[in-house]
Each structure stands twice: as C-alpha cells, then as structure tokens.
Design a protein around this ligand. Structure first.
Ligand code: PLP
Length: 390
C-alpha cells in the first residue's frame, strides 16, 4: 500500500474511535431535538447537558459558561462581534487590541470592524514568535474595551503570555478574549489560571468532530447574540443543537482531560527527534520559535531559497502530508503573515513548512520523514535558480 503519513494535525485531526462511538447513537437512537418536550427531546437534551459539563471540565469552566458553536471561527466572531455590536449601536467608537499573528477568524473580524468605525491596534510580535507584552500597556487607552490574543499560534505553535496579558488587561478593567483553538487538547488549559473572560475552542483540532466548537463566556461578561432566532444556548446562539457533534466533542474533551499529560510527553519526544534530525541533516535551516515555549506538536521550519509549496508537493508525492502554513491560507500566494510579523523576510517565509504531529504518529514515521525530507531539499536546492546563485 502507498505510504500515507499524516503530519498536518493543526489543520485537523482524525476522530478517536471512542469519539466515533459516542457520535453514532445520536444519529440513530437519540435523534431527537433537544428543545422538544417529549421523551425523544429529553434524551437529546440529557446528552446536551452532560456534554456541556464535560466540555466545561476540560477548561475548568462552569457548565453554564459554555455556549456551543459551529467551531473556532464562529466562536471568535461571536466573542468579538457580540461584544462590540452594542457599542456600535450606541454610536460609540470602541477600541480593540489584538495581535498581528492571529488567525484570520480574529484578524478579519477586526479588520471588518475597523471599516465600521472601531479602532483596532495590532500588537507586534518578536523574532521568537511571542506577542510583545511590553507594547500592551502603552496601547491600552481610555476607549479600549476588548483585548483578543491567541493562546498558541497555529503556524509556529508558540504559546503566548496569556496570564501576563490578563494581569495588565484586568488592571485596566478591559474584557479579555483568547482564541485557544490550537491550545485546548494540546496543553492543559484553565480559564481561571489564564484569567480570561472569553475563550474559543474547536473540537476537530483535538480528535473531535468538525463543525463543532464552543465559546467559554465568564459569568457576567456582557455579550449579545450575533444571529437572530430561537432561545437555544442561553439565548446566545440560536439554532437546533448538533447533538451528534456535541456528543463527540464531549468524548474528545473527556479523553483529552484524562490523557493530556501522557500524550504531551509522547508527542514532545517525537518532535524532539524530528527537530534534531532536521537540524542535523539539512544545512542552513531554521526552526521558527525554537527557543520559545511551544505546544508540543508543532514545528515550523524555514528552508531559505526554496519554495514551501514545492517542498510540500514533493513530500506529498512521497506520502507525507505537511502544509506550508495554515490550512485556511491554502490558495493564498502571499507569504505567511505570522512569519512576516516575526521579522522573517518574505522570500524566506515562502520557504517554510509546518509539520504538526499527533498522537497517532510513530517514531518510525519520523525516521521515514528524516530519510526523505533532506533529499527533497537537496533536489529542490539544485533546481532552484535562487538556490544555485548562493
Ligand atoms: N483559530 C485558530 C488559531 C485556528 O488555528 C483555527 C483553525 O485552523 C481557527 C481559529 C478556526 O477554527 P475552525 O476550523 O473550527 O473554524
């Protein structure tokens, strides 16, 4: 059988067997609408309640602080829009602070709000991939109402200084939203320890189903619904709840809570081997954010003078699934805004790959990659006009 090795777990993950087992009966036996009063509805609503408790448990939240959404993108939109809309309606000009390395779900929401009169500042990022904390204090002003910074970057895996940001933000009485889509399920996350008011989660990034996520909303945080409809989800997110996906999300959360430490250790071991191998076998290569605290599964590697697309394509032909950046940027020819924000030149940023490991990867797969990758680089460097010149 042809080789198929999956190293793109930041794009999405395979559902665990236990997750599939939790989802299936909800398509069949427990198909009811959780809002219906009869027995079928009650069964579905029981699954909904139980699932909410399990998802809340994963991040140390109270059950009534979790609102189910269709995923990370919707959670980010709901947090930012749902908080800002009331200001706009009152004709006010609120100020948001976010960072230059956010996912498009946050960045583009903020950019659209700018067109509607909101003032937005984008915090710069250092060469190490971390948002510059030193810039925050000077950027917060009287009109600042919301700060939104991600927990772990989807391209580099660099963990951002969330608790430190929270300390500053809280001192100024500002609401703090965190996009934790690439952190939850990879590292322990606790909303109180991080000191956040809102936190976005997506199930498919940690072996749950696609199209389901949640927004944690600390009690008392003023938020209004972005869509109009029924009274579901505490009045914040109308629409019949997706019970199969929610049951799968809950199973993924429960298993992740139980196994996270052991899985982190295993994946860290794989990545250590991968990165040591890359640095040893390929000349003039850089691992972005290498010195920084990162989620254990992500490696962003820059190989100057060759195209990331060409590397990814060649690796794909050999059976390895890696990506050039975030899956959401597929089709874009611009270099990664994250790497550019880190001060990497546009040409070098184009020569970058993201390798994101998962619990199903093995040491043997890393060995196979370390055998193939240097050969791909060597071949492309020989072919590349920029490679030959230098
Ligand atoms: N935020 C981050 C940091 C992400 O990496 C992603 C997905 O790649 C999202 C948000 C969007 O999540 P979803 O795919 O669940 O909409």
């Amino acid at each position: 059988m042809a080789r198929r090795i999956y190293f793109d777990n930041n794009a999405t993950t395979r559902m665990r067997t236990e997750v599939i087992e939790a989802v299936m009966p909800c398509f069949d036996r427990y198909f009811g609408n959780a809002s219906s009063m009869h027995l079928f509805g009650q069964e579905a609503s029981g699954i909904l309640d139980q699932s909410r408790t399990e998802v809340a448990g994963l991040v140390g939240a109270e059950t009534d602080e979790i609102v189910f959404t269709s995923g990370g993108t919707e959670s980010d939109n709901m947090a930012i829009r749902g908080f800002i809309n009331p200001y706009l309606r009152k004709g006010l000009k609120p100020h948001i602070i976010t960072s230059s390395i956010e996912h498009p779900a946050v960045l583009r929401t903020c950019m659209r709000l700018e067109k509607e009169g909101v003032e937005v500042d984008y915090l710069p990022c250092g060469r190490d991939g971390g948002v510059l904390l030193s810039e925050l204090e000077g950027t917060i002003g009287k009109g600042t109402v919301l700060v939104s910074v991600m927990l772990a970057n989807n391209e580099t895996g660099v963990i951002q200084p969330i608790s430190e940001i929270s300390e500053i933000v809280r001192r100024h009485g500002v609401i703090f939203h965190v996009d934790a889509v690439q952190g939850v399920g990879k590292i322990p996350v606790n909303v109180d320890r991080l000191g956040v008011d809102m936190l976005s989660i997506s199930a498919h990034k940690f072996h749950g189903p696609k199209g389901i996520g949640a927004l944690y909303i600390r009690r008392g945080t003023p938020l209004e619904p972005v869509s109009s409809g029924g009274h579901h989800e505490n009045g914040l997110r109308p629409g019949t709840e997706n019970i199969p996906a929610i049951a799968g999300f809950a199973a993924a959360s429960r298993i992740s809570s139980e196994r996270i430490r052991a899985e982190m250790e295993y994946i860290s071991g794989l990545r250590k081997k991968l990165e040591e191998g890359i640095l040893e076998r390929i000349a003039d290569v850089r691992i972005n954010g290498f010195e920084s605290e990162r989620v254990p599964n992500t490696t962003s590697v820059t190989v100057p003078r060759i195209e990331g697309e060409a590397m990814a394509l060649n690796l794909s032909m050999l059976g390895f699934a890696v990506s050039t950046g975030s899956a959401c940027a597929t089709g874009e020819t611009d270099p990664s805004h994250v790497l550019i924000a880190m001060g990497i030149s546009p040409v070098d940023a184009q020569g970058s790959l993201r390798i994101s490991l998962g619990i199903e990867n093995t040491h043997d797969e890393i060995d196979q990659f370390l055998d193939s990758f240097p050969r791909v680089v060597e071949r492309l460097r020989k072919l590349s006009p920029i490679g030959r010149d230098s």
